[in-house]
Design a protein around this ligand. Structure first.
Ligand SMILES: [Zn+2]
Length: 431
């Protein structure tokens, strides 16, 4: 044990506010130069600092008034502030303990919540969270024995950029996406990259060692050639499949196109009820399972089905399609799909006809999924988690930050997977 480097001068507590204020001063004889660690001489001044400390028992906010010595170093011939290991090298108003305490909270909950709990400013907390994820990302290496026999690649919409001069012209909007590579064995996002092209998935796959890529048996991707090409190229031993989650997503999009079409029709005929029911904000009511709806929603929903044949047919077709995807045998899937095709033709819903063309184009890969019996609950659950991240109030305008947040919440870049216990005491790399 080394000698104490600080001494407590006073300790005041406020039991009503559950706060404490601790005054501490560095022990002059033990002060060292931050550069060469040689002892310091004399006293130029005692610099007063205010630091955020960790909660202590019932005391929720602990303020530390810290007197830091500025003195002479015989070696460097300068007047540095004495080394204080527990002042965070990047966030000089925080103790390392506080930074790690708040940082771990931000791994679990929103920055706004941590701001309320600690009353530290949201901006500082946001910067701290960024710093921690970036630093951890540098420290993290994907282990060579990472279990990943089943993989899945998903794109997630990050944000839509609406140019100033074309706020209402959808054709000029730019959608930003992030591609995530998931190990289904672990239900974790292993890597991610910007965009949703062949290159995006390649960028993800190249972040993991070749030995792991060679061990992938199945990789589930979206129904588009970009991902399929990347997966085929870089996962030599994998069957590239299209899983039900991705198929269902495309089906939901087709249904939404139909909803828009019917909405426009209702506009033309000024059908107030249908306008109300088919507006964009109601689209989840339409695809929700009946049990999840409130009684009012449910009765309105029944009424809509009575008056709109296309919507009613489409919902039946969607239910039936899900039943087909539930099949465990490729033969049953094929039979079901054939019948579904006939029903789509009769329904004359063009959006579903288009969807069917896509399904047929990738039928072999969907069948590979069905015979693989790979569960998709994992990637679906993860995707929901990512969507929540977008909604909880992080205004991610920066792709890098959003990618890191995904890796923190849904992957390995957090204190559960990387031991940062040391950071409570000591944080290196101030540069
Ligand atoms: Zn020195």
């Amino acid at each position: 044990m080394q000698d104490a480097d600080v001494k407590i001068e006073s300790f005041e507590l406020d039991q009503k506010k559950l706060t404490a204020c601790v005054k501490i001063r560095q022990v002059r004889e033990n002060c060292r130069c931050p550069k060469c660690f040689k002892p310091l001489y004399g006293v130029k001044q005692w610099r007063k600092r205010e630091l955020w400390g960790v909660p202590l028992g019932a005391l929720q906010r602990v303020k530390i008034i810290f007197y830091q010595l500025q003195a002479a170093c015989g070696e460097c011939l300068k007047l540095p502030l004495a080394y204080a290991q527990f002042i965070h090298p990047r966030f000089k108003t925080m103790t390392t303990g506080f930074a790690e305490y708040a940082g771990r909270w931000m791994e679990e909950t929103t920055i706004a919540a941590v701001e309320r709990m600690t009353s530290c400013s949201g901006m500082s907390l946001w910067r701290l969270d960024q710093w921690r994820t970036k630093t951890m990302k540098k420290l993290f290496e994907i282990p060579a024995d990472l279990p990943m026999s089943f993989a899945s690649a998903d794109e997630v919409h990050m944000r839509t950029i609406k140019p100033r001069d074309a706020r209402f012209d959808k054709s000029k909007w730019k959608k930003k996406f992030i591609t995530n590579l998931v190990s289904c064995d672990l239900a974790k996002v292993v890597a991610n990259a910007s965009g949703r092209s062949t290159k995006s998935l390649k960028n993800c796959l190249l972040q993991i060692p070749e030995s792991i890529r060679e061990k992938i048996k199945f990789i589930a991707v979206d129904m588009h050639d970009g991902f399929i090409n990347a997966a085929t190229d870089l996962c030599p031993n994998a069957k590239v499949t299209v899983d039900r989650f991705h198929v269902a997503e495309v089906l939901n999009r087709a249904f939404d196109e139909l909803r828009k079409q019917e909405f426009e029709k209702a506009k033309a005929t000024n059908d107030v009820f249908q306008l109300q029911m088919l507006k964009p904000s109601k689209k989840y009511v339409l695809v929700a399972r009946k049990k999840q709806l409130s009684r009012k929603d449910q009765s309105q929903f029944e009424q809509l089905i009575q008056v709109n044949k296309n919507i009613s047919n489409a919902l039946i077709l969607i239910d039936y399609f899900h039943a087909i995807l539930d099949k465990n045998e490729v033969k049953e899937f094929r039979e079901g799909l054939k019948l579904w095709e006939e029903l789509v033709v009769v329904s004359k819903i063009t959006q579903f006809e288009k969807f069917l063309d896509t399904v047929k184009k990738y039928q072999g890969r969907i069948e590979a999924y069905i015979s693989s019996k790979l569960t998709t609950a994992i990637s679906e659950g993860l995707n929901n988690k990512i969507k929540v991240l977008k909604r909880v109030g992080y205004n991610y305008t920066n792709e890098e930050s959003f990618k890191n947040k995904i890796l923190q919440r849904c992957g390995f870049i957090n204190s559960r997977n990387l031991n940062t216990n040391e950071w409570y005491w000591h944080v290196t790399t101030p540069h």
